[in-house]
Design a protein around this ligand. Sequence first.
Ligand SMILES: O=C(O)c1cc(C(=O)O)c2c(n1)C(=O)C(=O)c1cc(C(=O)O)[nH]c1-2
Length: 363
Amino acid sequence: MTAIFPPPSSAAAERLLSPEELEAALREIGAKRYHNLHPFHRLLHDGKLSKDQVRAWALNRYYYQAMIPVKDAALLARLPEASLRRVWRQRIVDHDGDHEGDGGIERWLKLAEGVGFERDYVLSTKGILSATRFSVDAYVHFVSERSLLEAIASSLTEMFSPTIISERVAGMLKNYDFITKETLAYFDKRLTQAPRDADFALDYVKRHAVTPEQQRAAMDALTFKCNVLWTQLDALYFAYVAPGMVPPDAWQPGEGLVPEKAVAPAAGAAGTGGIGAGDVPRLPRGVRMRFDEVRKKHVLLAPERTFDLDDNAVAVLTLVDGQRSVADIAARLAETYNADRAVIEADILVMLNDLATKRVLER
Ligand SMILES: O=C(O)c1cc(C(=O)O)c2c(n1)C(=O)C(=O)c1cc(C(=O)O)[nH]c1-2
């Protein structure tokens, strides 16, 4: 059978390359095989996918994100020196975080929630394509079983990721109205983490691949990893773009999503048409109240927008905690200010619905 990707010129493997030549050969592998070249990524970045196709990407890639620290823990366990382990363990911290709610996996969950998924559905991984699972698991096995040099070399795809990440974030923000900077926050940190990790791994590979066989093994490991990434996109393309054959058990559009009503509350109407006294208002993800020290004013910070708040709004928003209903908040304020509860309730309903129409409050 003809290989789709011919191996890189074997002439290079026949003699010992200088470290610089080895780096050039590794970079050439990325230039030919990295997943930025895959048609699915081209469609994703150019805004050519439907919301459901973007969802399929976010859902499947969650499995990759979730398994990366498992892969790194397997690699860490094989590192013989404390100095190496100290460096490599940072990767696990980057993905798992130092505490609940922190780290790359959590940020990817936010991305998946940002495109509409229920968090628990994503965590269950039950809708991911088998091909995603197979290729990601193959990466974990590769790193556990091959030589340390090959294991480290297989992470070198990260040399190429900053370029694709910048292109992806810019493209998706420009081309999809349902994508926000907040949703893509995962990628912000990767822009500094990936070059740091790739520099270390590249230096290790250049110093430890000192025979033609080892250099060939390092190149093959990088090729393997490019294929791990590529096959995940092949599977997405086949299932969700063309011919559009979703395998049994894999995610079907509509499954595992937060009901639309909860994502975009019916608060678009002006006045008191959206939020009622019995509703529980909350600040949407990415919106926070802050005290601006320079202007000595409270403001509501939303992605790329800021709203000045008057004292009444501050008093109300201080009590908006995602638990209290509007009626609870009104009762609390009526007590504090010794005022008529019904009057306060009517006033704050107007205020809250005004904020809801500006999309800085939801229920
Ligand atoms: O967005 C991307 O295109 C992309 C690519 C890669 C990569 O090249 O392997 C990684 C990531 N992202 C990433 O976020 C990440 O944490 C990561 C870890 C690794 C690895 O092999 O250890 N690759 C990547």
